[in-house]
Design a protein around this ligand. Sequence first.
Ligand code: CA
Length: 343
Amino acid sequence: MRTANVLVLLAVVLTCASATVISRGGRKIFGGRAVTVEAVTSPAVHAEGPHWQAPFLFYVDISSNSLQRLDTTSGNVTKWTIPPGDAAVTLAVPLEGAPGRILVTRGLELVEFDTESGQVVASFGFADQGKPGNRFNDGKADPAGRLWAGTMGPEDPGVGVTPGQGALYLLEQDGPSAKVSPVDISNGLAWNSAKSTMYYVDTGTGRVDAFDFNVTTAAIENRRTVIDFGAQNVSCTPDGMAIDAEDLLWVACWSGWKVLRVDPSQGQVVSEVSLPVQYTTSVAWGGDNLDDLYVSTSKRDLTPEQQQQQPDAGSVFRVSGLGVTGLPGQSVSRSNLVAKRNI
Ligand code: CA
């Protein structure tokens, strides 16, 4: 475990109108709304999976196989390498009613981690059997507290991810069951406030899709496209995702220096927030009023020169003053999980 004081590396106060571009540099006056974009952690390599549980923001660094926790009261960050420390940790979702117990992935396994002891205390099984080069990626609990977590194929630096090798799983009492397959790179998930629609990003498709969602049975059907980034000339690929209280989506825009607000009813980007780093990976709402947008970012694919130009790449950023509130992150209900074995 390592505890370090957080470095607040950037505090750019900008002003903007609602539903307009927020520039990443200088001070601009559009409509009088002050928006602050600030790095609130020191850089990880590939930060991902932010999840708010007051007063903490949990996230992972996939590249260092670690769970990290920002205490937004003190600004301290605590880091745990998930034992044995040799597998990618790609998501972190708290267990309901169990302080300090976090569901995380390690490689293709879903485990329960105890932040008090620093130990894995239970395993809930493996996914993608017979595909040892795969790994879990993004995941989230649905409004009924069931964990959905997706996988992706082998990743070859400089070449990319082998397509069509992953799946989106629902973790139920008898283990993972594939709900969407094949998948290229399973990423963002979100559910609307009526609990009737599930939004999903398979990054390989370049789209945000929607399904009709049955909150009682977890059935999904009627997959359709919400927005196709390529068709609309959106110059990035969709990654992690969150939803706000107006049922509009906030999508991390990988390689695009920004996050996007998407109106699913229109199938269009309605506004965007620029960041001083190229690779945004995911977003989550947090803060006492759920009006802060936390954005995880990456420096994994930057050259040394680019890292010098983007010294905050890999940090988690907080965007405040948007005038928008989010839906809270959902914890996983233990009633939906039975340990396959205790370790
Ligand atoms: Ca992701």
